[in-house]
Ligand binder design. Structure first.
Ligand code: AMP
Length: 431
């Protein structure tokens, strides 16, 4: 079905064709006509499905008719600064022929330019919840004219502990409005949020990336922890990889790995929540323009990064939550391109690998180790790990799995602050 059949106006179709999009993605084909009709939507779709355009295009069209207000009429809440920036850019890109103003509002940068933008008047705000509340507290934003609310990556916002912030924002919105909720997963918490928020929503579910991920070649190396770094360097050099996103479980681990790669003449940068916004933006820009060959990221920092045609993703450590594996490899093989995802799995991560394979409903093929990595000796488990695990060793004598991600490697994991619960196995997809 061509875009023109979805009911979009010529100005938007022009912007879409400049982007080179020829066909709507499934989420776009299903969501756009519903949103244009003013319906609430509950969409199960993750990054990489084209979900941003699925809400941005109809919002731009609905707001096109001037209301005479100078106050914003659409609000998009996102979990991370990077996602806010990307969603805001998408509004600007798709809305280039429409006279609407979008403000991007997130913390870690000066608040004054954001206040100035609000004062000049705007139509759409894309914001992270914390900074938006700062503006509300200072009286620098007026949400009394909001007609459309989007919660983007709602599951991640809840995982990051934003529920109270979201509720505070909701309390400041007019009761009469259109609500769009996008979430990759459908937990009881999301269901509760959706039940309280949405009015007879249209339910849309898009196949999960792991089901549709034929475009991502996934492989595993079984490797001792002590050999991971050399194996990564070997893989990058041998495969002549030029753009690699490497996932690290901790901020500290991300920094250390980036430093080690730089010492091995592989340009690398780390991106995580402790980095200033400008450092994160610079690292991402360097990665996109090819100056940075390897971006080492934590899950939270990488969430929602829109890096087109990303060819390689490496799990330097496996995530504790199997669904995060799916989010991670969703960075590659996007929009029909092929990509490769490689996981370096040490002895104490075997159980995590099993969980991931159970979720994927298949075994991941194992690659043979190069000679140098075969001779690496097993590392004794660290005292912190034994402590975190209580029993220290499982019945088969292997080092046990740390119970939570904060205990892994003795480092504090990024962003979750220990609030994040392991998802229950029966956590199902969004309906
Ligand atoms: P998203 O899921 O919104 O993060 O989008 C994922 C990627 O798909 C982005 O790089 C978009 O530019 C791209 N994209 C969105 N819609 C389309 C489309 N209809 N055809 C091709 N690419 C698209």
């Amino acid at each position: 079905m061509p875009f023109a059949d979805l009911g979009l106006e010529a100005e938007l179709l022009r912007a879409i064709s400049v982007q080179g999009y020829t066909q709507p993605t499934p989420i776009q084909a299903q969501a756009i006509p519903e949103i244009l009709q003013g319906r609430d939507v509950l969409a199960g779709a993750q990054t990489g499905t084209g979900k941003t355009a699925a809400f941005a295009l109809p919002i731009l069209q609905l707001l096109r008719a001037p209301s005479g207000h100078k106050t914003p009429r659409a609000l998009v809440l996102t979990p991370t600064r990077e996602l806010a920036a990307q969603v805001g850019e998408s509004f600007n890109t798709y809305g280039q022929h429409v006279k609407l103003h979008t403000a991007i509002v997130f913390g870690g940068v000066g608040i004054q330019p954001q206040k100035d933008a609000m004062r000049r008047g705007l139509d759409i705000i894309v914001a992270t919840p914390g900074r938006l509340l700062d503006h509300l507290g200072q009286g620098t934003v007026d949400l009394s004219s909001i007609e459309i609310l989007v919660l983007d990556e709602a599951d991640r916002m809840l995982d990051m502990g934003f529920i109270h912030d979201i509720k505070k924002v909701l309390a400041r919105l007019p009761k009469q409005r259109q609500n769009l909720l996008f979430s990759a997963t459908y937990s009881n918490d999301i269901k509760r949020l959706a039940d309280g928020l949405l009015n007879h929503p249209k339910l849309i579910e898009i196949a999960r990336k792991n089901v549709a991920a034929d475009t991502v070649q996934q492989h595993v190396y079984h490797v001792e922890k002590s050999a991971k770094r050399d194996l990564l360097i070997h893989a990058i050099n041998d495969g002549q990889w030029h753009q690699v996103l490497v996932f690290s479980r901790t901020k500290h681990g991300a920094n250390r790995l980036a430093e080690q790669l730089n010492r091995s003449n592989i340009q690398a940068a780390a991106i995580h929540g402790n980095k200033s916004q400008s450092a994160r933006t610079k690292a991402l820009a360097g990665f996109k323009n090819g100056h940075v060959r390897v971006l080492v990221a934590t899950d939270i920092a990488a969430r929602g990064l829109d890096i087109e045609l990303l060819p390689h993703v490496v799990n330097y450590e496996l995530p504790n939550v199997p669904e995060d594996y799916v989010h991670r490899i969703g960075r590659t093989g996007r929009a029909g391109e092929t990509g490769a995802a490689i996981s370096l799995v040490s002895r104490d991560e075997r159980k995590l690998l099993q969980d991931i394979q159970r979720l994927l409903k298949r075994e991941l093929p194992v690659l043979p180790l190069p000679e140098f990595a075969r001779s690496a000796t097993p590392e004794p488990s660290k005292p912190q790990q034994r402590k975190a695990n209580n029993s220290g060793r499982s019945h088969n004598g292997q080092p046990g799995q740390p119970r939570n991600r904060n205990a892994a490697n003795g480092n504090v994991a990024e962003g979750t602050g220990g609030q994040r619960k392991r998802r229950s196995p029966n956590r199902s997809r969004a309906a």
